[in-house]
Design a protein around this ligand. Structure first.
Ligand code: HEC
Length: 157
């Protein structure tokens, strides 16, 4: 049994119309586009609130300044500190803003940052001893924490 060509075509057309109608109003943005927009939002807050803090207190090891000038005053420390910088970057490289380059996911980085700050692990004690003002103040901790919270809420959605 064969159908006339016109009938088949109009059936297909009808199905397509029906599918288009059923689909109307549903948005299916590409997940990677969505993720990119999330990162942009999180990075905007990072640039405004958090980066100025990290620049002062973290970038000597985690940031762009890979030949940190601060060790020049510390005889014999060069090797130690070069290793420190290399290692810190392997864990978390902040040099190109959020999302950071790291071995973890962007959301895990947020957790790790908050944990390291809550536990006073970062900046490391050896660094704080040489830079008495490098520990985060209560106000700075609060800002970082709020940013982490903001980022986590967005990424969770
Ligand atoms: C003196 C260099 C130095 C400074 C300054 C420093 N870090 Fe680190 N950081 C390291 C090193 C080395 C590691 C890797 C070894 C470790 O975890 O102790 C690390 C690891 C980390 C990790 C863990 C990443 C993971 O793998 O879980 C986080 C998060 C972090 N640093 C955040 C910060 C923040 C935030 C600041 C500034 C407030 C900061 N660090 C300042 C050297 C530094």
């Amino acid at each position: 049994m064969t159908f006339p060509k016109r009938q088949i075509l109009s059936f297909i057309f009808g199905m397509l119309t029906l599918m288009a109608w059923a689909h109307k109003g549903k948005h299916h943005p590409n997940p990677s586009t969505l993720q990119k927009e999330n990162f942009i939002q999180i990075n905007e807050m990072y640039l405004a609130e958090v980066k100025p803090i990290f620049e002062k207190k973290c970038f000597d090891c985690h940031g762009l300044s890979s030949s940190a000038p601060w060790y020049r005053n510390v005889p014999g420390a060069k090797q130690l500190i070069d290793d420190d910088i290399k290692e810190s970057k392997q864990h978390l490289d902040m040099s190109s803003d959020y999302p950071f380059k790291s071995h973890a996911t962007p959301i895990e980085d947020l957790d790790a940052i908050r944990a390291s700050i809550d536990r006073n692990e970062m900046p490391p004690i050896r660094y704080r001893l040489l830079h008495s003002d490098s520990a985060l103040t209560a106000e700075e901790k609060e800002k970082v924490s709020k940013w982490v919270q903001f980022g986590k809420e967005i990424l969770k959605e």
